[in-house]
Design a protein around this ligand. Sequence first.
Ligand code: IMP
Ligand code: MG
Length: 439
Amino acid sequence: MANIAVIGGQWGDEGKGKIVDLLSDRFDIVARWQGGPNAGHTVRFEGKTFALRHIPSGILREGVTAVIGNGAVIDPVSLLQEMAELEEKGIRVAGRLRISHRAQVILPFHRELDRVAEENPASPSIGTTRRGIGPAYMTKVARLGVRIVDLGDVEVLRRKMRSLVDGGFGAMLGAAASQAPEMLAEEFHAHGSSLASCVCDTSSWLGERLRAGARVLFEGAQGTMLDVDHGTYPFVTSSNTVVGSLFPGLGIAPRFLNGTIGVFKAYSTRVGAGPFPTEQAGEVGDRIRERGREFGTVTGRPRRCGWFDGVAARYAAGINGIDTAAITLFDVLDEFAEIPICVAYRWRGMELTEVPAEPWVSDEIEPVWEVLPGWRQPTSGARRIADLPTPARRYLDRLSGILGCEIGIVSVGADRTQTIVCSDSLWAENTKTGAGALP
Ligand code: IMP
Ligand code: MG
């Protein structure tokens, strides 16, 4: 199939970066449509580790053009630094990155708002990444946001930054405001000049490339359970992370999407606060964290760890219409004698098979477990499904049954090569057409 999306089926950090990297040599363009520097994606190959924030993982494959769409929020300082880091490690970025002129700009003011909101005892502490993501989406929807296009004119910038403060958001900061944003107009105008060669109308450019036959991989950030509408609200990020959001987030038509890969860890993790019914706070959680190196890419925070939540995963598979699942960090489970899967929630004597929207229910639910035997053998060397021990294959079959779709990929280690491809029906026919190169 021509164009496919890779999205997170859980609470983010599912290992989408590795899956995108694996597939992207068959694509001309890799495009991101939401989120910002809250999204840490790590890719390892040839002994090098690449930790990306804004830029889609596809940038690591030669001959791929990377796009950051209008639905994203961009911290220009952080993005310029990310670009420089890649160039230093031998990855050419110049001439391979397109940034939407309609994307929103994250200002230091947004990061300060993020901190103040997190520290305010009167509002729930979400445990955000404190990168200013929520406040940047807040001022976008309030129609006061600064967009990449505005960086081109210092007077426009000064005026817009002033109205951000005077338009009410300044009052939220009060004495915490370290700098009036208009003081930053010249600085941000200069960042705009540094980015200018990458900035364009990505919606019309992508549309034109798609019509010319370019193969596009759409790269999601965060995960379905962090979606602002469909996740565990209010403990969510401030953008839509589900696959349908890629159309407004990139300004392209739904007919260009041909299939969706949902990425799921073989267990669950969550960073920050919010419901997590399968969490294992004790020794089991510690063992998963240690084996899976479950510490945040962006913030370094230890991730909360637990068993696979089949109720949440099935919900995510439904919302996104997942065609194929990629199961990651599979080898992390190698040492466990028994592996429970949550197949329903119990609440006041009732069994629930749907994710509850009511926070008072989410707070009280207990998992109903189905316990599968472990395999207690290393799986990192497996390259075909047949190489896996029988209990490991049974575990995967059970996940497939719960998700209601095939398992297309199993990742058994961090490296590009440590991967089992069980089904490539979504992308087997795919080859680059060459229609994604920049003029
Ligand atoms: P924000 O996106 O920084 O506003 O954070 C909101 C919530 O989403 C917090 O619980 C974060 O830990 C979580 N979050 C945001 N981005 C990611 C990510 O890339 N991986 C995992 N969790 C994330
Ligand atoms: Mg991450």
